[in-house]
Design a protein around this ligand. Sequence first.
Ligand code: 3PG
Length: 212
Amino acid sequence: MSNKTEKLLALLDGQPVIPVLKIARAADAVPLARALARGGLKAIEITLRTPEALEAIRRVAGEVEEAVVGAGTILDSRQFAEAEAAGSRFIVSPGLTRELLAADRDSAVPLLPGAVTPGEIMTAREAGLDFLKFFPAEQAGGAAFLKALASPLAGMKFCPTGGIGAKNAMDYLSLPNIVCVGGSWVAPDGMVEAGRWDEIEALASEASRLRR
Ligand code: 3PG
């Protein structure tokens, strides 16, 4: 296992689900991260899909001691650097590019990049990566696809995301090559907009008890 994978696994600390967050108002970030942490999901991924995402990361990094904030939807080295400067402890990307690999090599912050096909996964392996995001999981073949990769690509571990929810998370978590899953279901947009933090805490609590 690579040093950076060990670092990332230490940050995740056995957490079975990484909340994938799209935060429209930076002011929601702190109460949202606190609610998720109360529910047992300390490691969170704030995606760079909104104009206030970097500010949201900054606030969680600065104000929520119990949270481990990562940045998601990182597409290039500039975003990697911005997310790191904002306080991200890990970086998630939907795919792997040469530019992101170089950014990863220059940084102490671990990268969890996406890969789907055996060729993409082998390219990542050649670059020294052994823990990857598998995205979009359901659309790309789901748990059956990942199960089929376990023997030929033994040693590669995955965090599938995309189309995963409370109903199908265990299909993935029960596989030997799955470390955790990611998903937005623990923080639905409507609940965040309405500040329904107790309900989000309850969803997180349910998700945090899923066991491999
Ligand atoms: C991601 O970036 O990981 C996905 O957009 C999360 O997918 P979901 O919204 O289907 O959980």
